[in-house]
Design a protein around this ligand. Structure first.
Ligand SMILES: [Zn+2]
Length: 239
């Protein structure tokens, strides 16, 4: 029985190592995905800034047109002034000229504002483009590094994987089935120690009688709460 359990312990160690490799590989790939996402986000911001800059440029053209129209209107009204007879007509033209002058003043201010906003949007786009270019370069480097690291991890993983499978062949089929099922169901941890009567998988206390049985190691016991397979390892001073 002790041998059977020690095989399961070794098997569990292999499986923990394997899932450690898997996790390392996943983390490395996640890092790349995060970097890619960061670039995509920036690219989307860049096109938003560019779109805004374009809209502002269109607005500049509209304002300029209104500005020019007002200038033309002033000249027209001034020419008309010579021809009008009544003071009412004269007043009306004066009012139109005043309005157009005010429009010219307003549009000049607006134009300055909009130009400034357009320049700002463009500058934001350019700055982000520079950041993006740097991130892309870095990503290309990281891609290579990660590929090399993952290759190494996979080689080491394969060695462990083969050892694990070789050992698994040595374990009884029914036990193996139970072990694999637990491994899947219990987050990669099927075989656990009991320390001071507490399951190290779910950290629930087990009845003292069962703890004594586990300590003897004559049979395979499972945690009544999480069903993980128990083993007991005497503390150094006890042996
Ligand atoms: Zn448990």
């Amino acid at each position: 029985m002790k041998e059977k359990i020690s095989k399961l312990i070794a098997l569990q160690e292999f499986d923990l190592k394997l899932s450690g490799f898997d996790q390392d590989i996943e983390e490395k790939q996640q890092e790349l995905t995060d970097r890619e996402q960061s670039i995509l986000d920036k690219e989307s911001s860049i096109s938003q800034y560019r779109e805004r800059a374009e809209q502002l440029e269109q607005r500049q053209r509209d304002i300029k047109a209104a500005h020019e129209d007002a200038g033309v209107r002033i000249k027209e009204r001034q020419n008309k002034m010579m021809q009008v007879q009544t003071s009412r007509e004269h007043q009306a033209l004066l009012k139109e000229i005043e309005d157009a002058k005010k429009l010219i003043k307003d549009t000049e201010e607006q134009l300055l504002q909009v130009m400034e906003q357009a320049e700002q949007a463009e500058a934001e786009a350019v700055e982000l483009e520079n950041v993006c270019a740097g991130e892309k370069e870095l990503l290309a480097e990281e891609n290579e590094k990660v590929a090399a690291a993952v290759k190494k991890l996979n080689t080491r993983r394969k060695t462990i994987f083969n050892k694990r499978n070789k050992l698994a062949k040595d374990v009884q089929d029914s036990t193996m089935k139970r072990y694999d099922k637990l491994l899947k169901k219990r987050d990669g941890l099927a075989v656990v120690q009991v320390v001071d009567g507490v399951c190290q998988g779910c950290f629930m206390a087990i009845p003292p009688q069962q703890f004594n049985e586990v300590r003897k190691g004559e049979q395979m016991y499972s945690c009544p709460t999480c069903q993980r397979i128990f083993y007991y390892q005497a503390p150094d001073d006890e042996t």
